[in-house]
Design a protein around this ligand. Structure first.
Ligand code: B12
Length: 371
C-alpha cells in the first residue's frame, strides 16, 4: 500500500493528467464558520428561500454526517474559460447564457473526480464524489484545501483562472497529507460590487433575492423591479465574474475563442418542451418544467426586441400557462408600439387571472393606454 504522501502525489498527477486547473487536500472536519454564515443568511432571508445547502446547513458543512468514515476531502477545480468562449455583442432577439452553462462544463470535472476516486479505491480506501451536491459547500472545501481564495463576489478565485472555475471533491478515509490554504485575498479591489446589475453584492455577501443567477433559476414570477436588469440573460449571470481582474486573461482568451452562449429567442420560444429540456437538460430548472425557460426568454425578448418580437410575445398572451401570459404582457409593455397595445387590450377583455390582468394593466399604463 502506498504511503499517504506517495498516494497524494499519484492523485495530483491524475488530476493534472485529467486537465484540472486546481487540486488540493484538506481535513474533512466541519466548516463551522460557513455553517454560521449559512444560518445567518437564512435568518436574514438572503437565501431567497433556496434549499440547496441553505436547506440543511449542519449537513452541508459537515461531510461526516453523510460520510462518517471521511478523513480527507480531495478537492478539484476545473476551468471552463476560455473553452466556453464569449457570447459576443448583444443583438435584437438574441438571448445570453452564462459561460458555465453554455454546455455541460460539469461533465469533465465529474469524470476527473471519478478518476481520483478510482485511484483511491484502487489503493484500498473508500471514496465518494461530491460535486454541486447539497451535502457539501464546495467553496469551503476549496478554500481550506488551498485551491483558491474567497473573493468579494463570493466566488473562489485561483491564479490564472480567476473565478472561472467549477469545484468538486472526493471524500475519503485515506490519511493524505493536507495542503495549506492560500494566503491571498482581494485586497482593496472591489470591482465586482458595482458591476452587479441589481446591487446584490455587499463585501463578500450575496443577497440572492437580487441575484439574477438566482432569479432566472427560481420558480414563479420574476420580480418586476429586476426584469429590465435581466437584459438578454436566459440562464445564469456572469457580471461579477467578468469584472474580476484575476479572471481577465482567461476572459480575453475566451473572447478570441469566439461566440458561444447565445440563443435565438424566437426559435427558443417556438421550440417544444422536449427540445428545450433536451438542449438545456444540464441547467437547473425548477421541477424540470421548461415554463421557467420560456418565462426567462419572454423577459429577454421584451428587453432586446427584434423582428417579430411583438408578434411572438402577443402569441403568448393566449398561452394556457398564466405565468407565461403574465411575463408576455410585461414584454409587450416593454416593446411598446400600437400592435403591442392592441394585443394587450384585446387580451385584457378575456383574461381570467388577476395577476395577469394586473400585468396587462401595468403594461397598458406604460404605453399610456388605459384598460
Ligand atoms: C446556492 C448556490 C448558488 C446560489 C447562491 C450563491 C451563493 N453565493 O450562495 C445562486 C443561484 C445565486 C448561485 C449563483 C452562481 N453560482 Co452557484 N452554487 C450554489 C451552491 C449550490 C451552494 C453555495 C453555498 O452553499 N453558499 C453558501 C454561502 C454562505 O456561501 P457564500 O455565498 O460563498 O458565502 C461565503 C462568503 O460570503 C464568505 N465571506 C463571508 N464574509 C466575507 C467577507 C469577505 C470580504 C469575503 C471576501 C468573503 C466573505 O464566507 C461565506 C461562506 O462561509 C454551490 C454548490 C455547493 N454545493 O457548494 C454552487 C456554486 C457556489 N455555484 C457556482 C457558480 C459557478 C455559480 C455562478 C457563477 C453561475 C452563473 N454564472 O450564474 C453564479 C455566481 C453568483 C455568486 N456570485 O455567487 C460554483 C462556484 C465555483 C467558484 N469558483 O466559486 C459552485 C461551487 C458550484 C460548483 N460545484 O462549481 N449559486
Amino acid at each position: 500500500m502506498d504511503d499517504p504522501a506517495a498516494l497524494a502525489s499519484r492523485l495530483r498527477s491524475a488530476a493534472e493528467g485529467a486537465g484540472l486547473a486546481g487540486f488540493g487536500v484538506c481535513a474533512a472536519d466541519p466548516f463551522d464558520l460557513t455553517r454560521t454564515h449559512l444560518e445567518e443568511r437564512v435568518d436574514a432571508g438572503l437565501h431567497a428561500g433556496m434549499r440547496f445547502t441553505y436547506g440543511d446547513p449542519a449537513t452541508a458543512t459537515d461531510v461526516r454526517r453523510t460520510h462518517p468514515w471521511a478523513e480527507r476531502l480531495v478537492v478539484a477545480a476545473s476551468a471552463y474559460v476560455p473553452e466556453a468562449g464569449s457570447p459576443g455583442p448583444a443583438a435584437p432577439g438574441a438571448g445570453r447564457i452564462a459561460r458555465f452553462a453554455e454546455r455541460d462544463h460539469y461533465r469533465p470535472l465529474r469524470a476527473a473526480l471519478g478518476t481520483i476516486a478510482a485511484v483511491l479505491e484502487g489503493a484500498g480506501f473508500r471514496a465518494a464524489v461530491l460535486c454541486d451536491d447539497n451535502r457539501l459547500v464546495d467553496r469551503a472545501a476549496a478554500v481550506r484545501a488551498g485551491v483558491g481564495w474567497w473573493g468579494r463576489n463570493t466566488m473562489v478565485l485561483a491564479p490564472g483562472a480567476g473565478p472561472w472555475l467549477l469545484l468538486g471533491s472526493v471524500a475519503t478515509d485515506a490519511p493524505l497529507p493536507p495542503d495549506e490554504p492560500m494566503r491571498r485575498d482581494c485586497g482593496t479591489c472591489d470591482a465586482c460590487g458595482p458591476a452587479c446589475p441589481t446591487g446584490a453584492l455587499g463585501d463578500g455577501v450575496l443577497d440572492a433575492r437580487r441575484c439574477l443567477a438566482h432569479l432566472l433559476q427560481a420558480p414563479g414570477v420574476i420580480p418586476a423591479e429586476h426584469r429590465a436588469a435581466a437584459g438578454d440573460r436566459v440562464y445564469g449571470c456572469d457580471d461579477c465574474l467578468e469584472a474580476c481582474p484575476p479572471g481577465g486573461r482567461a476572459l480575453e482568451a475566451a473572447a478570441a475563442a469566439g461566440g458561444r452562449g447565445r440563443v435565438d429567442l424566437l426559435e427558443f420560444l417556438g421550440a417544444s418542451d422536449r427540445d428545450l429540456l433536451g438542449r438545456h437538460g444540464h441547467w437547473y430548472v425548477p421541477r424540470r418544467d421548461p415554463r421557467h425557460l420560456r418565462r426567462n426568454a419572454l423577459v429577454a425578448l421584451g428587453n432586446t426586441g427584434g423582428r417579430d418580437a411583438v408578434g411572438v410575445a402577443a402569441g403568448y398572451l393566449g398561452h394556457r400557462d398564466w405565468l407565461l401570459r403574465a411575463h408576455a404582457a410585461w414584454a409587450l409593455g416593454r416593446l411598446g408600439g400600437p400592435l403591442a397595445g392592441a394585443a394587450l387590450a384585446a387580451a385584457r377583455a378575456g383574461e381570467r387571472r388577476a395577476e395577469v390582468r394586473a400585468e396587462i394593466d401595468e403594461a397598458l399604463g406604460t404605453l399610456g393606454r388605459c384598460c
